[in-house]
Design a protein around this ligand. Structure first.
Ligand code: ATP
Ligand code: MG
Length: 255
């Protein structure tokens, strides 16, 4: 674990990412990423394909160790911890593509996800989580692989919620899902944030992300190109459009 000097401007109850550089293969794909994720709110992370969103998620989740930078929570730097430890400390991730254990039943998917909990705590947590997803309650004995894409995404979300995280990172909430299913998930995400969990939402549908988010970051070619409120991007599509351009190009045209 790194013994880094704690910056002064950290909020202990926030998940604070500082100077994060992710390397994929041999090339750096994010450059000095700085994100501040508030509890009880939805923070959207947007950007074009290949901008570095998933690489950032993998860094936060401890799946790929950042080459540089820190991820602070409660004054502790999570960089260098493995994915299980990061999850135990309260940062749960829903990876891209609603990944579930297809051969296992929905119930067993939830039991596996809550493996570290005691029996009573696990049962209570499953009950609480299923309140968000009544559809899953009816399908607890079904193989997860037999469910629709939307229901599988619900299982993936439920798995992440079983450990009662403080922060939930969702990579591509609506990926491959029909608009009606996405509409079904929107109030769920709002409820999760209202319960106090800080949500980092990666979402390709910009209008959906802007409608849900309290705060927005846009990434362009591995750099944060917008850091601010969603209203500005909703009101002025030109600003949104510009944020998707690489920072160097924007500077070149005087923005
Ligand atoms: N396993 C890998 N090995 C090498 N390069 C990779 C790997 N995964 C991603 N990259 C590269 O890293 C850069 C950032 O990709 P990343 O997947 O983080 O972007 P993204 O914003 O999530 O894109 P998308 O919207 O398509 O999901 C891209 O240039 C991509 O080609
Ligand atoms: Mg991605």
């Amino acid at each position: 674990m790194s013994a880094k000097i704690r910056p002064d401007n950290l909020r202990n109850d926030h998940l604070e990412i500082r100077n994060m550089v992710m390397v994929r293969g041999t090339k750096p794909v994010t450059h000095a990423i700085e994100l501040s994720i508030a509890p009880g709110a939805i923070t959207a992370l947007m950007g074009a394909n290949g901008a570095g969103k998933t690489s950032t998620v993998l860094g936060i989740a401890g799946v790929v160790e950042p080459a540089f930078g820190e991820i602070w929570l409660d004054g502790v730097d999570l960089v260098g911890m493995d994915a299980d430890e990061i999850r135990r400390r309260g940062v749960a991730t829903v990876p891209e593509g609603h990944q579930v254990l297809r051969e296992l039943t929905v119930r067993d998917n939830l039991l596996v996800a809550g493996g570290g909990l005691g029996r009573a705590e696990l049962n209570a947590s499953i009950e609480r989580t299923l309140e968000l997803f009544p559809e899953l309650k009816e399908r607890l004995q079904h193989a997860a692989g037999d469910l629709s894409g939307g229901q599988q995404q619900m299982v993936a979300l439920a798995q992440a919620l079983i450990v009662t995280p403080r922060f939930l990172v969702i990579d591509e909430l609506s990926f491959g899902l029909a608009p009606t299913i996405v509409a079904r998930l929107v109030p769920v995400i709002r409820r999760i944030a209202a319960s106090g969990i800080g949500v980092l939402l990666i979402e390709q549908f910009t209008q959906l992300a802007l409608a849900l988010a309290n705060h927005v970051y846009v990434m362009s070619r591995g750099r944060v190109s917008y850091d601010g409120e969603p209203g500005k991007l909703r009101d002025d599509p030109k600003i949104l459009h510009l944020a998707y351009f690489p920072v160097s190009d924007r500077e070149a045209v005087g923005l």
